[in-house]
Structure formats: structure tokens, C-alpha cells
Design a binder for this molecule. Structure first.
Ligand SMILES: NC(=O)C1=CN([C@@H]2O[C@H](COP(=O)(O)OP(=O)(O)OC[C@H]3O[C@@H](n4cnc5c(N)ncnc54)[C@H](OP(=O)(O)O)[C@@H]3O)[C@@H](O)[C@H]2O)C=CC1
Ligand SMILES: CC(=O)C(=O)O
Ligand SMILES: [Mg+2]
Length: 561
């Protein structure tokens, strides 16, 4: 992995692009990873044949970052800010990553949740006319391996791929879901320093069941209903095998925003065979567990002494619940089955319980306890008396005043995580959680919210989002050449993340670290996970570096000229 933006596998070392002799300077400026904008020095302008292609001024990268952030602030709509940043990535990627890395807290909402949700809904209208990743269509079955050769870089180490079926809490966006792998991989680089030239966003176009897209004359995907069954599995399998064949056994594949009727089956099938993980099931589990572990400093209650209630029993819900049960098992030595008994889940049909065994999807079965069925959240909060309430339901406003008040009656400091994305789907706002709990709630949300002042006290809602986890997992995988990603890695990542929460964050009831420190946080997560990869014989970069953290830091990409 390279250390600066000036190296790209797509381009030769003198700055000219492969296959385009005689157009050195112009081609350099037109190659996003080589372009420096006004940052080309006088010598470079002479030697690369850039004279005349630029006005005379030279500007440092820092000055260009400053101008860019000012221009971003002048854009009036959130979608315009998204388009502006994407356009920058298309033409001057070093500047794009420098802006994202230096202004992560400010820019993240415009490359990631919530605005990436709106961008996916309108992706066909704002299509960028430039390749941002690979679109692999079901019509291409049998040819996926050769299509990978069309991407200009061969040395790919991290892939985020989606089939667009469950984009955030917005449902099926078909091929317009491409905004998600593009956004997630931007955070690999901005939040963890994974070299962008080694990253590949992929969207599998297997059709869509979104009638709006099917009716839209400008929809850019295939207008047919979703592929299902054995044909679907074979298509996904062909892609994964093609990727491993081309990029090697340590290429890391991140499943993102698949529908839950496929996500669990695909993960179980592939996680023992290739280096992969499902971010919605596993990355989310790690970030939520980290928040619970971090909350102990505020509540005085250790994870094993909580009772948990989930609204939503899908990928995120089941993933978090299983990892919490595992954490309690490690802390107490009780069997995992026993530990699951203090975790309850509600789905669209009410409480998951034994009397519903016949109708439950497989991922809910472990939490179908022998309790009476309860149709609604408030009854469950009053009856089961949870001390932690986690929303992963996409049901906006479901944590209403009676629910938060009932949570407050159960314990002094209820932990309330409204994790559904984007903002419009959040189960409640931080202001509501703090107000209705008289300032006692320990709150986190999946999408960003502003700080709250209540009765003269400041509260900062943490962003309980897998963005605190997946960049560090990716960095670990790339730095040590991981051959597998396991549930144990997620537990280790959660523990590492929980340790990074600064005291000034806890002082304002926040259980996640400053986003401004995210690169250091990701480094800690990556170091812990990579150590586990070496300990379990699942690292292929050998021998193990004597100082793992220093090694990982040395391979982190720093946008610069
Ligand atoms: N903060 C973060 O880092 C992350 C947040 N998320 C967010 O979590 C949300 C859920 O994602 P995911 O778990 O993958 O989605 P799934 O589709 O897998 O699960 C959604 C769950 O919510 C349940 N649900 C839907 N409507 C209701 C309702 N009216 N009452 C009770 N339960 C309901 C569903 O019930 P049923 O099973 O009966 O259909 C299902 O169990 C999304 O908004 C997503 O953006 C996801 C990953 C990471
Ligand atoms: C954050 C994320 O992965 C999701 O909402 O799906
Ligand atoms: Mg997701």
C-alpha cells in the first residue's frame, strides 16, 4: 500500500497514463489521482508539459482545501453539497480526500448518511458520467471475471458491494444504491487511511422491485424485477469467485445493504470461504456493543447487568443482539444461550417469542423466549423493564414520550440508541430522548444530530454508526492481508473502540469518540483486529511486524503532493 496520493497503479511513475503517450501534461491533469489543480509547482509545469494549461498562480494543498470547504459551505442544498464533493472526487481526488480527512465531522453527512440516502433515491438523475465503480449486471453472467479487467487498477484490496435491496432504511433502490459503496469506501480512506487506489465500489444489478424505479424513464438500471433463488445465489457467487481469482485470497469483500432475505444466508455461506463481512450485521453489532461498553462509565451498569429490548429484529438487530450475548458470555462465563435470555426483540408483528416460532425467520429464533406475546413497544417496555432500548426498525418516531418515560421508570439512566438511518427514520431525536428522560438518557443515533442544551446542561449525541468500525476493519485487513474476518474480530473491534472515548465526550453523555480523531480511532481498531489475525493464523503479510501499530500507521494513506 502506498503512502501518498501521487502513486496510482493506473498510472506510470512519470505521471503519464498508460496507453496515452504524447499527452503527458493534459492527461495528468485529467487523471483524478494525479491532478494537483493549482498545486503543480513551476518545475512540474515545465517538466510535465503543463504550461498554458493552468493560470500562473500556485496554491498549496492546504490553501485548496480551505477554498473548497468555503465553496462547499456556500452550496445551499444538501444534495448540491453531495454533488459538489462527488464532482471533486471525479477530477482531483487528492484534494477530495484531503477535504474529507481534515473536515470529517463537517463533510461526512454529505458523502454518507443522511445525504447519501437522498443521493441514492435520485442517483439516476445525478449520474456522474464517469466511472465511480463497477456495475455488474445479471446480463453479464458468465463474463464477470473478464469485466473486472475493465477497471483500470489491478491491485484491489478492499471491495464494498451491494445489490441495492435495502439502502439505509429507504428500501430497494436497485442500481441507484451505488452511492452506498462509493460513500463507504470514501470513509475507508478519510477515516482510516486505506489507499483509495486499492478500493473498488461494486453494484450488482439484479433488477429492482421498486415500482417507482421501474416506471422511471431515466432509471439507469435494468428495468426488471429482482433475480431470486438459485440464479441469484449463482450470480453473487460468480462475482465473489471472480474477485478472489483476480485480486487474490486476501481481497476483502464487504457486503453492504443487502435485503435480509439474502444477507444472512450469503454471510453464512461465504464467511468461512473468503475474507468477507456483512457491515449491517457485524459492523453495526460492533459499534453498538462499543456504545454499551462505553455507557458503563455513565450508568455504572456493566453489560451483563442490563436488560435489552430491540425495536427491529433484522440484520442490525440480530447482529447486535448476538454480539451482546457473546460479550456477556465472555464477561460472566455463562453459556451464550443463557446470556440471550436477557435480550428481547420486537419485529413488525410484535414481540419475538416462543408462541411465534412457526412464523419466525431463522435469525430471530435464538431470541424467541418463553414469554407472553406483546403487540406493542410500550407494553414490552413496561412489562420486560429493559434498561437498554435499541432502535433498528426504520420506524420513525416510535420512541415516543410514553416509551421514553417508561424507560426512565425502569432505571436511573436508560440507554437509548435510535440507530435507524437516514435521519428521517430515526426512532427519536436526541432532544426528545433527553427532554422526556429529564436529561438522564444515554443516547446515540445512527445519523448525525446537533448537540442539545437542556436546563443549562450540554449533551452531545454520539453517532452510533458502523463508520466507527468498518474503516478500521478494512485497514486491518489490508495491512495484514487478512484471509478471514470473524465475529471475534468484531468483538475485539468493539472493545478497542470503547477504549477510545475521550473524557470530554463522557462529560457530555457521549459514548463515541470525536469524529475529528477518527483516523487515530481506526488505527486502534485496526491494530487490535490485525493482532487477532496474526494470533489466529489469518494474516498473509508475513512475518508479523514487530510493532504492529507502527506498521499499520506507516501504510496509512495521507492525501498530499
Ligand atoms: N447505525 C448504523 O450503523 C446502522 C443502522 N442501520 C439501520 O437500521 C435500520 C434497519 O436495518 P436492518 O436491520 O438491516 O433492516 P432489516 O430490514 O433487516 O430489519 C428491519 C427490522 O425492523 C422491523 N420493523 C419494520 N417495521 C417495523 C414496525 N412497524 N414495528 C416493529 N418493527 C418493525 C422488521 O420487522 P420484520 O422482521 O417483521 O420485517 C425487521 O425486523 C435501517 O434504518 C438501517 O439504516 C443498519 C445498519 C447500521
Ligand atoms: C449505516 C449503515 O450501514 C446502514 O444504515 O445501512
Ligand atoms: Mg448499511
Amino acid at each position: 500500500m502506498s503512502g501518498t496520493a501521487t502513486r496510482s497503479a493506473a498510472c506510470s511513475s512519470d505521471g503519464s497514463s498508460e496507453g496515452m503517450p504524447g499527452s503527458r501534461g493534459y492527461t495528468t491533469m485529467k487523471t483524478p489521482s494525479l491532478n494537483k489543480g493549482l498545486g503543480f509547482s513551476k518545475v512540474e509545469r515545465e517538466t510535465l508539459g503543463l504550461k498554458g494549461l493552468l493560470p500562473p498562480a500556485t496554491l498549496t494543498l492546504g490553501a485548496q482545501v480551505e477554498l473548497t470547504i468555503q465553496e462547499l459551505r456556500r452550496k445551499s442544498s444538501a444534495l448540491d453539497k453531495y454533488v459538489f464533493l462527488q464532482s471533486l472526487q471525479d477530477v482531483h481526488s487528492t484534494l477530495y480526500y484531503a477535504v474529507l480527512s481534515r473536515h470529517t465531522h463537517e463533510c461526512m453527512p454529505f458523502v454518507y448518511t443522511p445525504v447519501v440516502g437522498e443521493a441514492c433515491q435520485k442517483f439516476s438523475q445525478i449520474y456522474r458520467h464517469t466511472p465511480q465503480g463497477l456495475y455488474l449486471s445479471m446480463d453479464d453472467r458468465g463474463q464477470l471475471r473478464s469485466i473486472l479487467d475493465n477497471w483500470p487498477v489491478d491491485d484491489i484490496r478492499a471491495i464494498v458491494f451491494t445489490d441495492g435491496e435495502r439502502i439505509l432504511g429507504l428500501g430497494d433502490q436497485g442500481v441507484d444504491g451505488m452511492g452506498i459503496p462509493v460513500g463507504k469506501l470514501a470513509l475507508y480512506t478519510a477515516c482510516a487511511g486505506v489507499d483509495p487506489s486499492h478500493c473498488l465500489p461494486v453494484t450488482l444489478d439484479v433488477g429492482t422491485n421498486n415500482q417507482g424505479k421501474l416506471n422511471d424513464p431515466f432509471y439507469i438500471g435494468h428495468k426488471r424485477r429482482r433475480l431470486i433463488g438459485a440464479d441469484y445465489d449463482a450470480f453473487v457467487g460468480e462475482f465473489i469467485e471472480a474477485a478472489v481469482d483476480k485480486y487474490g485470497k486476501s481481497v476483502m469483500l464487504q457486503f453492504e445493504d443487502f435485503g435480509n432475505s439474502n444477507a444472512f444466508r450469503l454471510l453464512h455461506h461465504w464467511q468461512e470461504k473468503v475474507c468477507c463481512f456483512n457491515d449491517d450485521i457485524q459492523g453495526t453489532a460492533a459499534v453498538a456493543l462499543a456504545g454499551i461498553l462505553g455507557s458503563t462509565a455513565l450508568t455504572g451498569t456493566a453489560v451483563e447487568n442490563h436488560r435489552f429490548l430491540f425495536l427491529g429484529a433484522g440484520e442490525a438487530g440480530a447482529g447486535i443482539a448476538e454480539l451482546i450475548a457473546y460479550a456477556i458470555h465472555i464477561e460472566t462465563g455463562k453459556s451464550v444461550e443463557e446470556c440471550r435470555k436477557q435480550i428481547f426483540m420486537i419485529d413488525s408483528k410484535g414481540l419475538v417469542c416462543k408462541s411465534r416460532l412457526h412464523e419466525l425467520q431463522h435469525h430471530k429464533l435464538n431470541f424467541a423466549h418463553d414469554v407472553a406475546h406483546m403487540p406493542d413497544l410500550l407494553t414490552a417496555v413496561k412489562t420486560l423493564k429493559p434498561t437498554v432500548l435499541i432502535g433498528v426498525s426504520t420506524l420513525a418516531k416510535s420512541f415516543n414520550q410514553p416509551v421514553i418515560e417508561a424507560m426512565s421508570a425502569n432505571c436511573e439512566r436508560p440507554v437509548i440508541f435510535a440507530l435507524s438511518n437516514p435521519t428521517s427514520k430515526a426512532e427519536c431525536t436526541p432532544e426528545e430522548a433527553y427532554r422526556w428522560s429529564n436529561g438522564a438518557a444515554v443516547f446515540a443515533s445512527g445519523s448525525p444530530f446537533d448537540p442539545v442544551e437542556l436546563n443549562g446542561k450540554n449533551y452531545v449525541p454520539g453517532q452510533g454508526n458502523n463508520a466507527y468500525i468498518f474503516p478500521g476493519i478494512g485497514l486491518a485487513a489490508v495491512a495484514c492481508g487478512a484471509t478471514r474476518i470473524t465475529d471475534l474480530d468484531m468483538y475485539i473491534a468493539a472493545k478497542a473502540l470503547a477504549k477510545t472515548v475521550e473524557q470530554d465526550r463522557l462529560d457530555v453523555a457521549c459514548v463515541y469518540p470525536h469524529l475529528e480523531n477518527i483516523r487515530e480511532v481506526s488505527l486502534k481498531v485496526a491494530t487490535a483486529v490485525a493482532a487477532n489475525k496474526y494470533a489466529t493464523g489469518q494474516a498473509s503479510v508475513l512475518p508479523q511486524p514487530a510493532n504492529l501499530e507502527a506498521h499499520i500507521r506507516s501504510v496509512m494513506y495521507e492525501p498530499g503532493y
